[in-house]
Write a protein that binds this ligand. Structure first.
Ligand code: GTP
Length: 358
């Protein structure tokens, strides 16, 4: 097996509902993360593993991907796009790109996973085991929150178990799979299929060689606001690796077109996007600030995502919130506890306190 005989398929068709309202206008894999659309970090890892042909399996806001990446030439990749008119789910999305596959081996990625796993290691294990399918598995602290995937001593997958109070293993599906290409043709076409709930259990039932590859590299599903903020700051601080940030990691990442006034503290892996202005005396700790944002003097922000074109008034305090595109938060307002402000909403000045459970 050479890298040229491997196709990468990236599933990017989901609606990203858990990250609303940011995903109302932008698909989750295109949200700015440590200065670039999230998907750029994954594509850079695919390229670093020597794979060049990438098929993006799209549905929701499909045009955004092609407009941004085009043929992929500038990234040294050959990118194709397949669009689902109706979302087909993770398994359906894989089946739908079958005609575009060129090699014998297909490496499928969830487009919202931030990871540091050695992709070459997964491919080598797949080959060494003569596997039909190899799944990347990660060990988590709280497996009760996930379906789990027990394996035997040789790494062969024994079952795909739904969430349970008493999981027999802490190994969960990490959202990266290697398939022998022909198996993809057997996934039912033209209807919704979940790869986790339908395809993998059926492959086990039919006796195929399904193996797990477990490692301890960095891994995070960027699906919720809390994980998105943490993943972004881990990239900035070099805790999560990305080929795009080698030699550029630190306590914060400020776009060169942004303006940050003196006396402002940027901490915890905070990112400041293009054309954003941050006034004097602000404190931002573990915050993702998108492009074209204005933050007036004295604002204190923590563990939050600030969407494109937002304006935040002087001395406002925002903790653990998501602020949608173009919203205005008045001076001295206090927002906290997972509050999500919808795009374009204007909250007047004067220190009104909002929280999601108020
Ligand atoms: P939530 O709505 O917040 O659960 O997010 P999501 O829609 O992205 O779903 P989920 O996180 O379960 O999806 C995992 C990966 O599969 C993501 O990269 C999605 O973009 C992708 N995905 C989910 N559903 C589909 C689909 O119907 N078609 C395709 N092509 N990709 C999908």
């Amino acid at each position: 097996m050479t890298e040229n005989s491997i196709d990468a398929v990236v599933l990017v068709g989901g609606k990203g509902t858990r990250l609303r309202p940011l995903t109302v206008s932008t698909p989750k894999p295109m949200l700015p993360t440590a200065g670039v659309p999230f998907l750029m970090h994954l594509l850079a890892r695919i390229k670093a593993a020597g794979i060049e042909h990438v098929v993006l399996s799209t549905s929701f806001k499909a045009e955004v991907f092609e407009d941004y990446f085009g043929t992929g030439e500038s990234l040294g990749l050959d990118i194709e796009y397949v669009v689902e008119d109706e979302a087909l789910g993770t398994g359906g999305g894989i089946r739908n790109v079958y005609d575009r596959l060129r090699g014998d081996t297909t490496m499928v990625f969830n487009g919202d996973v931030l990871g540091g796993t050695d992709l070459t290691g997964i491919l080598q294990a797949h080959e060494a085991n003569n596997a039909d399918v190899t799944l990347h598995l990660v060990q988590v602290g709280n497996p009760r929150a996930f379906g789990c995937v027990p394996t035997d001593a040789t790494g062969r997958v024994l079952a795909f178990l739904e969430k349970t109070e008493d999981p027999p293993t802490n190994q969960i599906n990490a959202g990266c799979y290697v398939f022998r290409r022909e198996l993809i043709a057997d996934i039912p076409a033209g209807r919704v299929v979940s790869v986790e709930r339908e395809t993998f259990p059926k492959l086990l039932e039919d006796g195929y060689a399904v193996y797990g590859y477990v490692d301890n590299a960095y891994w995070r599903d960027m699906g919720t606001p809390g994980d998105f903020v943490r993943g972004s700051s881990d990239l900035v601080r070099g805790i999560a690796p990305s080929p795009l940030l080698v030699g550029r990691t630190g306590e914060s990442l400020v776009d060169e077109s942004a303006l940050v006034k003196d006396g402002t503290l940027l901490l915890g892996g905070t990112v400041i996007g293009r054309g954003t202005e941050v006034g004097a005396g602000c404190r931002l700790d573990d915050v993702v600030v998108f492009d074209g944002v204005t933050i007036e003097p004295g604002a204190v922000l923590e563990d939050s995502i600030i969407g494109h074109g937002v304006r935040i008034g002087a001395n406002a305090r925002i903790k653990n919130c998501v602020i949608g595109e173009g919203a205005h938060i008045g001076a001295r307002c206090e927002l906290q506890d997972g509050l999500r402000v919808w795009p374009g909403v204007k909250i007047p000045d004067n220190g009104i306190r909002f929280s999601s459970d108020a």
